[in-house]
Structures are given as structure tokens and as C-alpha cells.
Design a protein around this ligand. Structure first.
Ligand code: SF4
Length: 442
């Protein structure tokens, strides 16, 4: 009798692309895919470990699954599983923990699905995770997350990702193009390039230490793939966002004018303590270059508040720096100590209530920036890709420059790329639009 299997992913687009690739192995007679809120025989949870909260989330998801089927076989994969296999294996209900090198071989560990007293661990030192496995996810059939790179050679003092995912390594250019063609054949109109440090693409390609190709080579080659209407770069380090890439996106018909660039702090003192590879002047230069070439480009910023040593003065520097920068929105992260990171040993920790207050202030600034950015787009003509989810009678989509649009649900419009004019912002800060004739004629 086939086994019901369900998947749940925590964390980043990279995790979603890997869960989707792993799930595609569960085909044929032996398995039947079911949604995670249904009773299943096997639950596979792809974990994240960027913040303390991610660990907590995992525990509640295991409880949720066991409520649906107390006899279910629980498998943990992903970053938390690689970083803390024993901690996870000792959690009530967990049966199998697979590390970074074993997660793609999951089928080899599912012969015996009887519940275990203690989770069985198949993992290894992260140094052994030096090979590359390609993957992509086709979310709600409108956008695909395409993994092009994994791991990271940087040593940011707050970050556990290199400990969870290993050294920087890349897919072969040919394999990336093959995956992109496969995605195009499935009538997917937008690809989102994902990885850990994708600006470092090319390193570790075919296992070579040197770059066989660069990120610039990759974007130029992807531009030529037939059938993909637009490609979005998920996130790129400021020091790896080379001028040639900005110029290329500015003249590209496929790559969209949306840049998500981690800053982390607007204080050079804190950037140094974080062991980031740039000072804020480089960040300003990149933002100015983008806006000079693409005035309507969307720029998203990652920023951490409450890093050890961050004084009120340093925080004010960050706030003022971001307030003066021509950016569109912020992703605000509250610093949380991660084991085995240099930052967790640093003095002058910031009180939790102060971290909370600073996070609130930056999220307020982000709302102000996003509103101003959306207002600057009213009256503009853009292309929107409408997604396939009916959310309380509405459907949503993004323009090429990442303005979120909303319209009453119409199944006919799912996965359609429409030419629209942005008309107004509604009371909830959502942007309304009207479909232009050109699209209606198609
Ligand atoms: S660049 Fe820094 S923050 Fe990003 S994954 Fe690498 S070590 Fe972590």
C-alpha cells in the first residue's frame, strides 16, 4: 500500500527549491504526496537555523504533524538538522535526521518506517558537504526558484550558514541552463535565481576552486534561454554586485529591475565587527548607480538590529543612513546569538527590549519607504504576473519592479502576464491597476 508523504519547508527560497527537488523523488506506486495539514505516514521537514525562532518553529511543526498522525515517521533535513543533529534527534517524535550530504539520498533511509525512541542521525562534518546538487522549485506554478549556488566562503561573525551549508560551490553553467529550459517548458514565466551567496557564482563549479564562470557570465547566458519572460535575482552581496551586472540588468529585457542587497548595518564600526566586506560608502555607490541607470528600480535591504556593541549612536547612524538612501523596503532582523559564531562571544550585548525597540523603529521606516516607493509608481505602465492563490477573494502579483498588486480573484487570469497601468493605492496600502488594451487583445 503506497505511503502518504507530506513536506514542509522553513526558511529561504533555497530551502524551497531543495524540498521541491527532494519531493520529486517520491513518485511512482510507493508514495502519494499529501498536503502537510493532512494525515500522512511520513512527514519531511526542511529546517532553517538563521534565527532562534526558526528552531522553535520546527518543534511546533513536529507537534502539529504528530497530532495528525501519532504514528507518522518524522524526518528532519536542512540547516538546523546539519548544525544540531543530536538536539533534533532527542526531540519527542523525531525519527530520522539527515545532514547536508544525506538529504538528497532520503529514499535510501525509508525502508523501516517504525517509530524510533531516539531519532537516527545520518550526518557528517560540514567539510564533507563539498559537492553540488542542483534543484529548483515551482511554487504556485507562476514563479520558479532556481538554485544556482550553495554554501559560502565568507565569515560574517553572526552567521551560521557556512557551518550549515559548507564552502561556496556552484552548479555548472550548462546544468543551470538545462534547469531553466525545463522550467520554461512548464509554462513558468518567472525564474527567481537563488543560492546562499549567488554573486560568488562560478566558484567550485565542477569542483574547481577557481571560477570557471562568473555571475556576469551566468546572467548573460540565462538571458538567451527561450520561453522565460523574466528573471529575478533573489539577493546579492553589495561587494559582488559588480557595475557590469547593474549595467546588464539596466539594458536587459528579461532581468527585472529589482535588487535585494544585504546591508546589515549603516554603521561602519558595526560592519567591521560583523566582518562584512564593505563599508557603507560602497553601498551608497551601488544604490546611486542602480537609480542612475534604472530610476524606477526596486531596492530591498536586509538589516540587523541589536548586534553586540551597537550603541544608540550606532543605531541612529543606521536609521539616518537608511532614511536618506533611495531604497524601497527593508527586511529587518533582530540579532540573535547563534552557537559557534564569533559574535556570540562578543562583549556589550544589547538588551532584548532595546533590540525590540530598534526593530520596531526600522520596520516603521520600511513601511514609510515602501509607501513612498509605491506612490512613485502610480500612473506608471508595468507588467504584472498574477499568481495562482485565491486569498480571501483576491489574487496578487508583482510588477517587474516588485510592486505588489491586488485584484478580485479570477481563475482565468492565473499565471497571466498583463500590461497594466497602476492607478491608486487603496486603504490597505495595496496598489490597484487597470488592464491595458494591449493585454486584453492577446
Ligand atoms: S555572506 Fe555572510 S551572512 Fe551571507 S551567508 Fe555568507 S557568511 Fe552568512
Amino acid at each position: 500500500m503506497n505511503k502518504r508523504v507530506a513536506f514542509h519547508t522553513l526558511g529561504c527560497k533555497l530551502n524551497f527549491s531543495e524540498t521541491s527537488t527532494i519531493a520529486r523523488q517520491f513518485t511512482g506506486e510507493a508514495f502519494q504526496r499529501v498536503s502537510f495539514d493532512a494525515a500522512a505516514d511520513i512527514y519531511v521537514i526542511n529546517t532553517c537555523s538563521v534565527t532562534e525562532n526558526a528552531d522553535k518553529q520546527f518543534k511546533s511543526i513536529v507537534r502539529q504533524a504528530l497530532k495528525l498522525n501519532p504514528d507518522a515517521f518524522i524526518v528532519a533535513i536542512g540547516c538546523y538538522a546539519q548544525l544540531k543533529p543530536r538536539e533534533i534527534a532527542s526531540l519527542q517524535g523525531v525519527d530520522l535526521v539527515l545532514g547536508a550530504t544525506e538529504k538528497f539520498n532520503i529514499l535510501a533511509y525509508l525502508d523501516d518506517l517504525n517509530k524510533k525512541h531516539e531519532g537516527v542521525i545520518h550526518s557528517c562534518e560540514i567539510e564533507e558537504a563539498n559537492f553540488y546538487v542542483g534543484s529548483y522549485a515551482i511554487g504556485d506554478r507562476t514563479r520558479a526558484f532556481l538554485k544556482v549556488q550553495d554554501g559560502c566562503d565568507y565569515k560574517c561573525s553572526f552567521c551560521t550558514i557556512p557551518l550549515a551549508r559548507g564552502i561556496s560551490r556552484s552548479d555548472t553553467l550548462e546544468n543551470v541552463l538545462d534547469n531553466a529550459r525545463n522550467i520554461a517548458e512548464q509554462n513558468i514565466k518567472e525564474i527567481v535565481l537563488t543560492g546562499v551567496n549567488i554573486g560568488d557564482y562560478g566558484k567550485g563549479e565542477n569542483g574547481n576552486k577557481k571560477h570557471d564562470h562568473t555571475f556576469y557570465d551566468l546572467v548573460k547566458a540565462l538571458e538567451k534561454v527561450e520561453g522565460i519572460e523574466r528573471i529575478r535575482i533573489s539577493s546579492v552581496e553589495p561587494n559582488l554586485l559588480r557595475d557590469e551586472i547593474i549595467d546588464f540588468v539596466a539594458s536587459s529585457k528579461i532581468f527585472v529591475p529589482h535588487f535585494h542587497i544585504p546591508l546589515q548595518s549603516g554603521s561602519d564600526k558595526i560592519l567591521k565587527l560583523m566582518r562584512r566586506r564593505y563599508q557603507r560608502s560602497l553601498y551608497t555607490k551601488k544604490v546611486k548607480q542602480i537609480k542612475a541607470n534604472m530610476p524606477d528600480a526596486c531596492i530591498g535591504v536586509d538589516v540587523i538590529v541589536g548586534f553586540p556593541g551597537e550603541t544608540d549612536q550606532d543605531f541612529l547612524e543606521t536609521y539616518t543612513f537608511l532614511n536618506e538612501l533611495d531604497i524601497s523596503y527593508l527586511h529587518v532582523f533582530t540579532y540573535s546569538e547563534r552557537d559557534n559564531t564569533p559574535a556570540s562571544q562578543m562583549p556589550d550585548t544589547v538588551l532584548p527590549e532595546v533590540r525590540k525597540k530598534r526593530s520596531k523603529m526600522l520596520r516603521g521606516l520600511s513601511a514609510k519607504k515602501r509607501r513612498a516607493y509605491y506612490e512613485s509608481q502610480i500612473g506608471a505602465r508595468r507588467k504584472v504576473l498574477l499568481e495562482g492563490e485565491n486569498k480571501k477573494g483576491y489574487m496578487y502579483g508583482f510588477t517587474e519592479n516588485y510592486v505588489r498588486l491586488r485584484t478580485p480573484w479570477d481563475p482565468e487570469l492565473v499565471n497571466s502576464m498583463l500590461e497594466v497601468e497602476l492607478t491608486e493605492m487603496d486603504e490597505e496600502g495595496m496598489v490597484r491597476f487597470k488592464i491595458l488594451e494591449t493585454s486584453l487583445q492577446e
